[in-house]
Write a protein that binds this ligand. Structure first.
Ligand SMILES: Cc1cc2nc3c(=O)[nH]c(=O)nc-3n(C[C@H](O)[C@H](O)[C@H](O)COP(=O)(O)OP(=O)(O)OC[C@H]3O[C@@H](n4cnc5c(N)ncnc54)[C@H](O)[C@@H]3O)c2cc1C
Length: 515
């Protein structure tokens, strides 16, 4: 058995016989010596003229024994009678905190303002149909959090491979495709995520964990100066050895609770902008260098950054073959986001293009100032949409010329689009930065600025505009012992994988306190 790294053409990567010949050549052996090849890691690279896959492969020779079947991954303990930990929020950080709790012998009590995925799906369908946003059950709130009907890209900037593998293995254990292990740009897809999230619930409940859906946490229970539980708007109380607060970047009532109670919260830089959509074929032709690329290649992705006027502008949550969705969390807001199904076959490519927003951009020095700024922009877009979830939309070329679009092309937004002057609706420094960045993006991806590209707004839930501080070692809030601000909402993660890792870290920190 040997492990080797080699570059393969798409045809070699996707055709077992061609792969065998390419690998044999690379290893200096005969193709007939190879019993089988296992792909350990693969990353597509379209930077050069010829698109290739960088691969890491394990090659087994004839006569060698087959690899043993992998052991079941995690060892969850029966926690029916174990001490409880209260976890607020059932997004990736809350769910992975709960799974970790079962591994270390704590019984997770999950308190979630939204509904179980099965019911949540129905509420989401109503948003575009009836223009009704349920403030407890929507694209961000409910079982699985913003991660359930997300795109399910499992990339992260985290360099700790062990932690990332832990998250990937738990996704696979609950129904994710084993190829998630291999693909450097692993993607689950919106259509597959709900079943995985429901399987996690089965694991958690089978080992003694509890879910309390439709319970919005409105206050903390503090005993002898330590946080021991939470109270909900519905009149229930839940107590345990500590509280993991994993409420996500849209939990505005939690930020108000902290601010009004005099508990530390801080403004946090975030990003705001638009979602840009192109025909997927146009992006494929740019990224794969012409229209004659291999039909085996997946819909192409891109990642763009620019620095203009001392400000970062970047693409965010790029969804090849995706759909744009209305992601507001309460009536009176207009917000867009993107997702795609596993097959990524919608024919459209969308991506957030966001501009850095800093605390110094607002005059108000309240810790919630950036959240108020974010809310005001979302309300402005809602007004422009005539008090609906229609998406204010403009052709990219018209945005650059600062004129409203006379016509709009078809888009893959799940609701309706409405022509609007995004250049006026966005804060001027955001619009200016975008106007400078798009031509730079076009230099990197020639053809990006085209009459076929549309901008939809507003992309405002990129990350949290507020941080709930915590001690870097104990992970507890500085004024609230045994409270663990966690995940994206607390400002310590961005995306599914880093949120999940942070959930597990918070449980580990709580356990080390217990010892
Ligand atoms: C459409 C879309 C596509 C995305 N695509 C990707 C992607 O492809 N890859 C990626 O890495 N990330 C993606 N993201 C971002 C990702 O989903 C988030 O980064 C991640 O879900 C954050 O996890 P979290 O657990 O910290 O918070 P959340 O997922 O936001 O979960 C917080 C939970 O807390 C609950 N809650 C809030 N307030 C209260 C309260 N007071 N009481 C009780 N419960 C409460 C909410 O209902 C929610 O379920 C996407 C997001 C969206 C919306």
């Amino acid at each position: 058995m040997i492990t080797l790294q080699t570059d393969l053409t798409p045809e070699q990567y996707f055709t077992p016989e061609l792969m065998r010949h390419a690998v044999a050549k690379k290893a200096g052996i005969a193709p007939t010596d190879i019993a089988d090849i296992t792909v350990l890691r693969a990353a597509i690279d379209c930077r050069g003229r010829k698109v290739c896959y960088h691969t890491s492969l394990s090659v087994r020779f004839n006569g060698e024994p087959p690899l043993p079947h992998p052991e079941p991954y995690a060892t969850y303990t029966d926690c029916h009678h174990a001490p409880s930990v209260v976890i607020v929020g059932a997004g990736p950080s809350g769910l992975f905190a709960a799974l970790r709790a079962l591994e270390v012998g704590l019984r997770p009590i999950i308190v979630e303002r939204g509904k179980a995925v099965e019911q949540r799906r129905l509420d989401i369908a109503q948003i575009a149909r009836r223009h009704q946003v349920d403030a407890t059950s929507n694209w961000c709130f409910g079982e699985g959090g913003a991660g359930t009907f997300s795109d399910g890209k499992l990339y992260t900037r985290s360099t700790k491979r062990g932690n990332v593998s832990d998250v990937i293995e738990k996704f696979i254990e609950h129904g994710g495709d084993p190829s998630l292990r291999i693909d450097a740009h692993a993607h689950i897809g919106t259509d597959r995520l709900p079943a995985i999230i429901a399987n996690m619930r089965r694991t958690i409940e089978a080992h003694g964990g509890e879910y309390h859906f439709s319970h919005t946490v409105t206050s903390l229970i503090i005993k002898n100066g330590e946080v021991r539980g939470v109270k909900t708007q519905e009149g229930a109380s839940f107590e345990g050895v500590g509280v993991v607060l994993a409420t996500g970047h849209s939990a505005r009532n939690i930020y108000h609770l902290f601010h009004q109670s005099g508990w530390l919260v801080e403004p946090k830089a975030f990003a705001l902008g638009v979602r840009v959509e192109h025909p997927q074929q146009l992006i494929d032709n740019i990224q794969y260098h012409g229209s004659t690329h291999s039909p085996l290649l997946p819909p192409a992705t891109y990642s763009l950054t620019a620095h203009v006027a001392d400000r970062a502008v970047f693409s965010f949550c790029m969804c090849p073959g995706g759909v744009i969705v209305p992601a507001a969390t309460a009536p009176g807001q207009q917000v867009v986001n993107g997702m795609s199904n596993a097959a990524r076959n919608s024919g459209y490519a969308n991506s957030g293009i966001a501009v850095e927003v800093r605390p110094s951009d607002v005059r108000d020095n309240s810790p919630l100032a950036l959240m108020h700024f974010q809310e005001a922009v979302e309300q402005r877009f809602y007004q422009a949409a005539n008090l609906s979830v229609d998406a204010p939309t403009q052709r990219l070329v018209d945005f650059l010329s600062q004129r409203e679009s006379a016509t709009l092309p078809r888009t893959n937004y799940v609701g309706h689009t409405i022509a609007a002057p995004l250049h006026n609706l966005l804060p001027s420094f955001v619009a200016d930065a975008l106007r400078q960045a798009f031509p730079l993006f076009d230099k990197k991806m020639h053809g990006f600025v085209t009459n076929q590209a549309t901008l939809l707004g507003v992309e405002s839930r990129t990350s949290s505009p507020v941080r709930i501080p915590r001690n870097p070692i104990t992970l507890q809030h500085p004024q609230l012992p045994r409270l663990y601000p966690c995940g994206e909402g607390a400002g310590y993660a961005g995306g599914i994988v880093s949120s999940a890792i942070d959930g597990m870290r918070c449980i580990d920190a709580l356990v080390s306190l217990q010892r």
